[in-house]
Design a protein. Sequence first.
Length: 180
Amino acid sequence: MNVRRTLVAITAAVAAAFTLAAPAHAESVVIRDGADATASTTDIRKVRVNHGTKRLKVEVNFPDLKRKAQAGLAIYVDTDGSRRGPEYALFTPLFSGGDYALLKMDGWNSGEPVECRYNAEFDWAGDQVRFRAARGCFDKPDELRVGMRMRDEADPSHPVTDWLLGRREFTPWLTPGDAA
């Protein structure tokens, strides 16, 4: 009798584990970038990259994102590790009233605009910028990685540049997951 109850309990536990298993999610990475550009209120502090089967999401946090500033952000997307530099980049001002653009890249040189579905949203109260783009914008790569550079020219005699991870460095490679 005890053996039978134990087998029933084990079977129920195994069935529950498979039934309650969490769905697969996009492969993502969170990177905390220390206070290494403190002369700027747009020092990159935290970045979350989420590579899903349908879209790429990048969230960037700053100490104090202001509507009036002289800073800009470049989010570089590398889809081909055999080539030097990224294949795409989103360029956006870090202030209100400017326009952003997703461009093809040749090494570290910008090229033609990419025609696809993407957007950049500014959360002024939360000091965050969110970039979203359909994977088709990047020709649906098997994997990608992201790099980032902020440049603040509030004081033109002493511009501040902040690279995520380091100059022209990228996050680890991320394969697409099921949800993003």
